[in-house]
Design a protein around this ligand. Structure first.
Ligand SMILES: [Mg+2]
Ligand SMILES: [Zn+2]
Length: 199
């Protein structure tokens, strides 16, 4: 069993631009590739977990998600890293038609994607970290006994400044971005690990 970083996609790994309804709208945040490279070098599995209700809403076909994630893989490969797994939820509880209109177990903050990844990839949940730009991402990780980090990219800064009074959990750390989050974890978990590649 290995520890993992569970990574929200939009606003955390990639720029939050609203619905990514075309591959051309996908853009890596500047330090994401370095963050993933460092996490994997430190022994962590990196798994993307993303809600893509645009499918249920009829904004784009489910097949586009594979195209977008192929583009993401290309962008990361150009920066000499990769993800170990990608999980997405195409559902919405009230929008669209079945099968995409579904009260599913995989739509964040429900735990389905994390549980599936933990099973598929033999992840040690208690040693893992969920990173996202919404407090619901943080909450989901903490519900499963993982740590939760909020990043200030994407919706994160607004969540921190304008929603804090409504937070249902306290993040283990609030990070400037994904690289800051990974750096913090590497230092907390094993100071010796943090002596490699630096920001
Ligand atoms: Mg997000
Ligand atoms: Zn779902």
């Amino acid at each position: 069993m290995r520890p993992a970083f569970f990574l929200d996609r939009d606003g955390t790994v990639t720029r939050e631009v609203g619905y990514v309804n075309h591959t051309s709208r996908l853009e890596l945040l500047p330090r994401s590739a370095q963050a993933i490279r460092m996490a994997r070098a430190g022994g962590y599995i990196c798994v993307l977990v993303t809600n893509q209700a645009g499918v249920a809403r009829g904004y784009f076909p489910e097949s586009l998600i594979a195209d977008v994630h192929q583009r993401l893989a290309q962008l990361l490969a150009a920066r000499e890293t990769r993800l170990d797994g990608i999980y997405y939820c195409p559902h919405h509880p009230s929008a669209g038609e079945p099968p995409y209109r579904s009260d599913c177990d995989c739509r964040k903050p429900r735990p389905g994607m994390l549980l599936a990844a933990a099973r598929d990839l033999e992840i040690d949940m208690a040693a893992s970290i969920m990173v996202g730009d919404k407090i619901s991402d943080v909450q989901m990780g903490r519900n499963l006994g993982a740590r939760g980090i909020l990043v200030r990219t994407g919706y994160g800064r607004g969540e921190e400044e304008h929603q804090r009074q409504d937070w249902t959990t306290t993040p283990d750390h609030v990070a400037e971005d994904l690289l800051d989050a990974v750096t913090w974890v590497l230092e907390v978990d094993d100071p010796r690990r943090a002596t490699g590649e630096r920001p």
